[in-house]
Design a protein. Sequence first.
Length: 423
Amino acid sequence: MKTTITQLSDTKIQATISLEAKEIKDAEQVALTKLARDIKAPGFRKGKVPLSIAAKHVDPNALAQQSLDDALSKAVARAFTENDIQALERPAVEVQKFVPGQELEFTAEAEVLPKVSLGNYKKLTVKKTVDSVTEKDISEVIERMQKGFAERKEVKRPAKNGDEAVIDFVGKKDGEPFDGGAAKDYSLELGSNQFIPGFEEGVVGHKVGDEFDINLQFPKDYHAKQLAGADVVFSVTLKAVKEIALPKVDADFAKKAGPFKTVAELKADIKRELKESREREALEKYKEALVGKLVEKSTVPVPETLVSDQMRSIEQDMTQNLAYRGTTLPAYLESIHKTHEEWQQTDVKEAAENRIKSSLVLSELSKVEKVTATNEELAAKVSEYQEQYGGQQDFTTPEMQQQIANRLLTEKTIDRLVELNAA
């Protein structure tokens, strides 16, 4: 077999392959063996006809076609393996010349895994920045804890800021209810700015049992395009007003919050947790920035096949995430004022290309730095996932094991990149 590889682009090759008579004869024997299974000949059971007899009964055209198919399949696989080419799609084969039993010449064209040229990955100018923990940060956590422990007592007086109001409401635009504009027994903390400007202020001053309308205009930059700048009317029924009594921040409060004897101990623990959380966040951002900088400094061709696959994956994930949040992709696209095509060709395509570039760069780095994962590390990672998901998913299948192995190798490669760029 003779093979010539032509680089059509950074991500596409064409292999020109020719086979000799012996190789074609071998393919004919393989094809005859396959076709003999269905041959019927006097004195023999189906599937037991000797090849010498089967050769006299087989359709010559069927034998030639099967021989060609087998020869093409075997030759393409061998050519790509011998030349260390990893195809990303089924090669497009075009036969140039075929004489049964004598010669075969054809081309096989495919998008392939590209060669990545890494930049200097040991001197990436990226800094890790950790936000400090301030007294204000600690106070905000304390305030949230106070609200969690707060007592709510129903009162008969008019509602004021700081109260919790239980309401029924229906929003209408041009006299018709609009999606997402109605609820029953909704608990709203007045002054929290949960609703559009003017709504909470419109509840303040009313008593339990009051039914009233609030005339408002949605902000012009509101995320739902059909409501942006629209004049609406909310019909509201005030069903309860609850005064929120925040507990005093003292030793008893600290004991309620955890194994603390004093407020100082509680604050120290909050500060520690905030600091650890911000350290983790800073490290993740640092890792992401390192990979981004390495991609920027490297030459990374992006195969269209991988882009298309990744774009489909991103849209599927987005659709599922939106469903969990009780909305849909069309509603989301309307909120960001983009058509599906615009979103695909901007946000989705850019995200897909960035993911692919990062993946290809890290794969190349793992080879250069000889990063590997042991069976023990893989087993530990599998156990970690099993514990995290509580048996809701089977992590023992070959496909899942391979996914976990890939993630583990990626994590170790990024950790290696962090080591190499440590100050």
